[in-house]
Write a protein that binds this ligand. Structure first.
Ligand SMILES: Cc1cc2nc3c(=O)[nH]c(=O)nc-3n(C[C@H](O)[C@H](O)[C@H](O)COP(=O)(O)O)c2cc1C
Length: 248
């Protein structure tokens, strides 16, 4: 014989109660963990900027970043430094704010970023004498499957590539995902802008990089990304000043 405890009403009550408790626990955990997730995101970006600047396997990211990297914000049109807190700058948010970004024409938008922000952060790594050793530029552009995010580190001459570092993308592991392979990224060091990623071998040409085999479309995406960000719609005006010795 069924007791009162086994009635449909009671069972539903227990299920709904349990659902409510779980929902409250999950929501509370999500709210509580948000600052930690934000801090981890910032640390990951800083770790990648440090890697682009040549600081690898860093244990204390915050301290190493604080000591060795200066974060600045520039006006993309003029290439001048502007007085904006780099920590307050969020490219993804700013990009969709009409007052702080502009829509790009199809012809200009070779990296598929849609809009360009009026300002952008840049990162300067200093040597032991306080001179700028590397200018690290945030870059992003379409590969085959989605947007690839990274950093391009240039020498203080604004021309020579020190490093390239991708930290987020949707390319296929073993194919386009090889953009993160240290063996491939090492081939960028010492090359000079403008860069052309070629199918096959670059034959030691200072302006050419070997394309990734089996990943021509991703390689084209990286090529377009570099052309875009080092060109006039990207960091071109800033790089023109860097090339005239604006940093040291
Ligand atoms: C499942 C799958 C995943 C692929 N992923 C990529 C990729 O991430 N990047 C890429 O350029 N090509 C990728 N390709 C290959 C492209 O379709 C295309 O064949 C290739 O870019 C041509 O490069 P290749 O001329 O160097 O062979 C993928 C193909 C398949 C079937």
């Amino acid at each position: 014989m069924s007791s009162n405890n086994e009635s449909i009403g009671k069972t539903l009550g227990v299920v709904i109660g349990l659902c409510l408790v779980c929902a409250v626990v999950v929501s509370a955990a999500s709210v509580q963990l948000r600052p930690l997730q934000q801090a981890n995101k910032i640390e990951d970006v800083q770790r990648n900027i440090l890697a682009a600047a040549g600081f690898n396997d860093v244990t204390d990211v915050k301290a190493t970043f604080g000591t060795n990297i200066e974060s600045r914000v520039i006006n993309m049109k003029t290439g001048d430094f502007v007085d904006v807190d780099p920590m307050s700058f969020d490219f993804e948010m700013t990009k969709f704010d009409d007052t702080r970004s502009i829509a790009l024409s199809k012809a200009d938008d070779i990296a598929g970023v849609q809009r360009m922000t009026n300002n952008s952060p840049v990162y300067l790594s200093k040597d032991e004498n306080g001179n700028v050793a590397s200018v690290i530029l945030p870059i992003q552009g379409y590969g085959l499957w989605g947007v690839m995010f990274g950093f391009l580190a240039l020498d203080s001459d604004g021309q020579t590539i020190n490093a390239i570092q991708f930290y987020k993308h949707n390319e296929t592991a073993g194919l386009g995902g090889e953009i993160q392979n240290p063996k491939w990224t090492a081939t960028w060091a010492g090359k000079s802008l403008p860069i052309d990623i070629v199918k096959g071998t670059s034959d030691g040409d200072a302006n050419k990089i070997d394309g990734l085999s089996g990943a021509t479309l991703t390689s084209v995406g990286v090529d377009n990304t570099i052309d875009f960000w080092t060109g006039n719609t990207g960091f071109g005006p800033f790089l023109a000043k860097v090339r005239k010795g604006a940093l040291n």
